[in-house]
Design a protein around this ligand. Sequence first.
Ligand code: LLP
Length: 415
Amino acid sequence: MSNPFSPAQLASLAAQFGTPLWVYDAATIRQRIAQVSNFDTVRFAQKACSNIHILKLMREQGVKVDAVSRGEILRALAAGYQAGGEPSEIVFTADLFDADTLACVVEHRVPVNAGSIDMLHQLGAVSPGHAVWLRINPGFGHGHSNKTNTGGEHSKHGIWHTDLPAALAAIAQHGLTLTGLHMHIGSGVDYSHLAEVCGAMVELVRTTHAAGHDLHAISAGGGLSIPYRSGDPVIDTQHYYGLWNTARQQAEAIVGHKLGLEIEPGRFLVAESGVLLGEVRATKNAGANHFVLVDTGFNELMRPSMYGSFHAMEVLRKDGGSGAITRPTVVAGPLCESGDVFTQGDGGVVLPRELAEARVGDLLVIHDTGAYGASMSSNYNTRPLIAEVLVDGGQARLIRRRQTVEQLLALEEGL
Ligand code: LLP
């Protein structure tokens, strides 16, 4: 339910940079970082928002970074991050390697958070001594949707908990260096299960120690949710840290020395900093429904179509009026597809919203789009990626230019 910007500010940004437009607020990101800074290492899951300038902001605040592809490693390097060191500024997390990515982690000495035993064999064969984390699937998981649950036997993620001894044997076989154990059981997690997660981590540390392996750190993964709707729970980061710190202390008692404690949030650090700004281009009625058609679609913000996710919205009336809406209204985008609708319920059902009555030329502001917005955009319907703007201390800066159709066509023309 967060929009850090004033209507006048958004109107001026729309006039300056055009719509659709992603807008981020640096101050909100810094506040969220401060809320989790009692962890020894805050590692940003950059898949949530991977613009180089956002990564630079993170780095300035002492936040380290997770990368899940060769592209994300190169982005982190472009933002000034360096691999290596303890803890490493960059860690690569995945369940498999392609050949180019394996070569990249070896070249840049990026520690690997391995989600499969095959990764350990493939890495060990070419880079003995390489630093590794083990990402463990504890046998259960949670998420805001079944598409974001990353634990349990239906999840492709992580090394199954009972395979930990086999993973440790692969580490020993190749002389890899174990840095730590990692768990990320899902995104948008229900915290009533946190004690179970922490307990599972302590047991994994016990197994690792008993197998004769030392380790330096444990990672709580990401998954912290944010209040998308009014009334949604707001995460108590002190309580969250407290439970993990207790787990760390229990793990330290097992290994007999200090252990670093990492957290790896994506959404929590950036979601509330961002809005997606669109313009109303048409309105129409269909039976009982009123349609407001805007110039931004699911090729920009995929979350409502993909997960049925709720995003609060507001209409900024060009005439300054604020008449509340009186009829069921569907807010939809320009794509040639029926599911290009932002007002979706959890089951994909279109719901009426409390919006101001919108007219052509008004602005539509979609809240909480700083995470998994721009980073999940596509070129569907041959729509170029849109611009991104970062507002810091009242100054607005273009941090990604709008892509052009010519750039898209150039990849295919002349072949
Ligand atoms: N660490 C790992 C290994 C992950 O796979 C993820 C997210 C995170 C950390 C960060 O999770 P977060 O703190 O943001 O919940 N596109 C979906 C979310 C997919 C998350 C994938 N992995 C969405 O829009 O809700």
